[in-house]
Design a protein around this ligand. Structure first.
Ligand SMILES: [Zn+2]
Ligand SMILES: [Zn+2]
Length: 140
């Protein structure tokens, strides 16, 4: 199954194939600042399952930390995805690929939340242990 998404203006198209490795919500201050939203709904993919299918020349990257290469459209400023080279995964924002069913499994960086979401899903203080975090769960 392939899902195609696009940036705000449509100049950039991205396709994801198969199934995401993980889906959920990130509450960290970087995600909030970059997305201009109280929470980032993420879908994480293996790099080989993500392709820019149109407008690659419009894609620019901003890298603040070695963990995240944030990719956006130079034409509209719309955010497309973030590559996490140290994890070997790419976050294609759930909002970018609306036809991909969003089935969140976890909340990460919940210690930084500004929007509590009482949905019964696990709330991790920071990242899962396998992603270099504490793996510690905290109260909703
Ligand atoms: Zn655009
Ligand atoms: Zn985040």
């Amino acid at each position: 199954m392939t899902h195609v998404g696009k940036c705000f203006c449509g100049a950039v198209e991205v396709a994801v194939t198969g199934s995401p490795v993980a889906m959920g919500y990130c509450h960290c201050s970087s995600c909030r600042s970059w997305s201009a939203a109280p929470v980032n709904a993420f879908t994480l993919w293996k790099p080989e399952d993500v392709r820019v299918t149109k407008g690659a020349e419009h894609v620019a990257t901003f890298q603040k930390t070695k963990m995240s290469q944030r990719q956006y459209c130079k034409t509209c400023g719309g955010h497309v995805m973030t590559s996490h080279p140290t994890l070997g995964l790419i976050d294609v924002y759930a909002a970018t690929i609306p036809t991909q069913p969003f089935k969140p499994g976890v909340h990460v960086n919940y210690a930084e939340t500004v929007l509590r979401m009482k949905d019964g899903l696990p709330k991790l203080k920071d990242f899962p242990a396998e992603f270099g975090g504490s793996g510690e769960a905290i109260a909703e």
